[in-house]
Design a protein around this ligand. Structure first.
Ligand code: BGC
Length: 767
């Protein structure tokens, strides 16, 4: 596999400009701060191939649905992650010629993502057709300390000429989404202003009226000397504002433009406040100055790394991979706004409308549970609680009782439109129930069930109870016409995972109701009235639990992915001739559907979630059967297999799959990182270290570990929060677990119990 980025523990380094790889680099070099994000696009004009992207959390557009054949139940519109005002732009003119590196010779090109300090840096020398050589150095960040601020330091160094350069920093609201269904333009201008020093632009989305207002200010230096008087003018056009700064230069000058930007939205302020707030914010930033802003930003990143870094010794690629994943997760979601969620592409691309998939509950929640105060994970649950009414409407629309959460959503409404997924990939409902259990189990906050959780559980159980059908002859409940996590087969009957999670949800709902009845009787009575829950409903759930049908492959003693799976021709991935993988790029859809190849963990997803139910032999048989048939063409796949491989002691396999998940985007493994990064699977990467190599589990309120050291590493360490205590875990020749802060914790290592206190760390020989 060709490596485009040099390995380094904290940097992603691209050396030499390869236009055909630009979109991938732009994705990898994306920056974000939870409030907004930008792809690694260039500041100056670039007429080559590029996906320009500036995104604002929670700002979306309901694009009219486009389908081949309309089916009742499809949503009318599809929420698009929206490309908004481009605030990074700085056009450069050198002695009358516009700088465009697609039209120059470019030497010494470097684009670097500094993950330790959260900025992107770029440098190159451009030689234009007049043989003028110009060195450009730029550095930018989206402040973690003040999420509404972005700053760029852009330096132009004429190397062999004198004359005039023009710098034109701008705000451009005339941007488009590449994936717009009807090539529609989504934005309208509300207001703009431009004078010699300050430019302001306010744009509004059509239909929903989201507003984004940006203001910019700038300052110019030659080396360290501020240049006060420039010949400037401003430009004010439809959806576009700019300053035009003319500067006479000679060879060896170093002209630096510091561009300060504020970006505020009417999700946080009223429309009337936007201009005022935006101008005030940028003025504050300008007054602080570039260095002070950078320092505050870096110190926030220091805090983040202190909380959730994973160190790996002896393997730079693995180290770079895990840090890249953690870095991108921290950039995407900071957890302080319960209206937001974690989109599969975060702030790095447009693909996948909507923001919230089952990915959040099944993959991302564990990361936030263990690396942040519990209110952050709780916010992710509250997000779904707040969408419960919409999920009930969605179930009603399809003719069912209870609640069916959407496959993809922005505001609680479904915005996915392929019948085999929208209507059939209903296992997602189970992940939402499981997340409640996961939160309660990890944090010990059982009261959440009474306050919020059980309402969601009851409505999901009602849906399952209505969606099953009873087969009299077999005396079993069946779930027909579904798509399991393996999207390489649709409309199957009795997907083992779906049946398992449906039945488990009902069990957990009953258990939760019993607990509330016992511990919070007053709340229980109120809930019964609010939910109109009757005994006969619960009795029905019990009947379904006891008579659920689970397909099984008798001779192999493994769970059968779905009815009929064994009718397929059984071929292993390793026996596919070269050039077939990835099958989703090389095969027709029909061929994929008929094959035995599995896109992502399906039976294994169930074994991962309900791990304690199965003995090691069962887990091994299922892993040995399904892994060789899995092509891992969803980014969500390798991490789950890696965790189970670790559990089984398949260290080599666990490591191989870890690298695949950790470096998925850096190495463009699935040839699709040009669209944007796979953000949600990054939490899976974290799990494959902490749950996989570290063996973390929470059983009966006890934190358990069973760590091992992958052969190519000399050591690794991670930190986790557990019920407000912060623990550090280091694994090399010894396993050392220390309490960094918070109350004493009872831990279990390889089935031995220890009490961890501030003065008593646990140290075990690991040889
Ligand atoms: C996967 C789904 C996932 C979605 C978004 C698809 O390729 O098959 O399981 O929810 O991507 O990440």
């Amino acid at each position: 596999m060709k490596e485009y980025f040099k390995s380094d523990e904290f940097l992603i380094i691209e050396e030499g400009f390869e236009p055909s790889y630009n979109r991938v680099s732009e994705s990898v070099m994306s920056l974000g701060n939870g409030h907004m994000g930008i792809r690694g696009n260039f500041e100056e004009k670039y007429s080559g191939d590029s996906l320009s992207g500036s995104y604002y959390a929670g700002i979306y557009y309901p694009d009219k649905t486009k389908v081949g054949w309309w089916k009742n139940g499809y949503p009318e519109w599809f929420a698009k992650v929206l490309n908004g005002i481009n605030y990074i732009g700085i056009d450069v003119t050198i002695k009358g010629l516009e700088l465009d590196i697609a039209k120059c010779d470019v030497v010494d090109f470097r684009r670097i993502l500094n993950m330790k300090q959260g900025y992107m840096e770029r440098s190159f020398v451009a030689i234009d057709k007049n043989n003028n050589k110009t060195k450009i150095v730029s550095k930018r960040f989206l402040s973690m300390a003040d999420s509404q601020i972005a700053t760029i330091k852009y330096t132009v160094i004429p190397l062999n000429y004198e004359g005039e350069i023009i710098l034109q920093p701008y705000l451009n609201g005339k941007v488009v989404n590449e994936d717009s269904n009807y090539d529609e333009y989504f934005w309208e201008e509300v207001d703009k202003k431009a004078d010699d020093q300050v430019c302001y632009l306010n744009m509004e989305t059509k239909k929903l009226g989201f507003r984004v207002a940006c203001t910019m200010k700038y300052e110019i230096y030659n080396k360290t000397k501020k240049i006060e008087a420039q010949q400037t003018k401003s430009v004010c056009q439809e959806g576009y504002v700019a300053n035009v700064i003319k500067i006479p230069v000679k060879a060896g000058d170093e002209i630096t433009l510091n561009k300060y930007i504020s970006a505020v939205t009417n999700r946080d302020y009223s429309n009337e406040q936007l201009e005022d707030v935006s101008i005030k914010e940028v003025t504050k930033a300008y007054d602080k100055g570039y260095e002070a802003l950078l320092e505050a930003h870096i110190s926030k990143w220091d805090e983040k790394w202190e909380e959730n870094d994973i160190t790996i010794k002896g393997d730079v690629k693995a180290q770079q991979g895990i840090r890249f994943n953690i870095f991108q997760l921290n950039q995407t979601y900071t957890g302080d706004d319960p209206r937001l969620n974690i989109g599969p592409k975060g702030f790095t691309g447009e693909k996948y409308g909507g923001s919230t998939y089952w990915d959040t509950e099944a993959y991302c929640l564990p990361f936030y549970l263990s690396t942040a105060p519990s209110k952050i994970a709780r916010n992710l649950l509250i997000y779904r609680y707040n969408h419960l009414e919409k999920a009930k409407e969605n179930a009603r629309k399809l003719g069912f009782k209870g609640a069916l959460y959407p496959m993809v959503t922005m505001n609680g409404e479904e915005c996915h439109n392929e019948w085999e997924i929208t209507f059939e990939e209903i296992h997602r409902n189970g992940a939402i129930a499981y997340a409640i259990y996961n939160y309660e189990n990890y944090t010990g906050d059982k009261k959440y069930l009474a306050d919020y959780g059980v309402e969601v559980l009851v409505e999901i159980s009602r849906f399952w109870a209505d969606r099953v059908n009873f087969n009299k002859e077999k005396d079993k409940y069946m779930i027909l016409g579904v798509t399991g996590p393996n999207e390489y087969e649709n409309n199957v009957n009795n997907n083992w995972y779906t049946n398992t999670i449906a039945s488990w949800t009902m069990e957990y709902t009953i258990k939760s109701l019993d607990y509330i009845k016992e511990d919070h009787p007053t709340i229980y009575d109120k809930l019964l009235t609010k939910l109109e829950l009757k005994d006969h409903e619960v009795d029905k759930w019990k009947d379904i639990i006891s008579k659920m049908y689970y397909p099984y492959i008798e001779d192999k003693k493994v769970f059968c992915q779905q009815d009929g799976y064994m009718d397929k021709e059984q071929i292993l991935v390793k026996d596919l001739p070269e050039g077939n993988l990835p099958i989703n790029k090389n095969w027709s859809w029909d061929r994929i559907l008929r094959s035995c190849f599995i896109k992502q963990a399906d039976v294994l997803q169930g074994i991962y979630l309900f791990n304690e139910r199965y003995d090691l032999d069962t887990i091994k048989r299922n892993f040995d059967f399904y892994e060789p048939r899995t092509v891992h063409e969803s980014s969500l796949s390798p991490c789950i297999y890696s965790i189970i491989a670790s559990q089984l002691g398949y260290e080599k396999k666990a490591y191989e799959l870890y690298l695949r998940t950790a470096r998925l985007d850096i190495d463009n493994y699935n040839s699709d990182s040009d669209d944007g990064l796979h953000i949600t699977s990054m939490a899976g990467t974290w799990m494959s270290v902490v749950y996989g190599f570290g063996g973390l589990r929470v059983k009966d309120d006890e934190l358990c570990f069973s760590p091992f050291l992958p052969k190519s590493w000399t050591g690794y360490s991670f930190r986790i929060m557990f019920r407000d205590s912060l623990l550090s875990i280091k694994v090399d020749d010894t396993i050392v677990i220390e309490l960094i802060s918070g109350a004493d914790v009872m831990i279990n290592i390889f089935n031995n119990k220890y009490i961890l206190t501030k003065t008593n760390k646990v140290e075990i020989d690991n040889n």
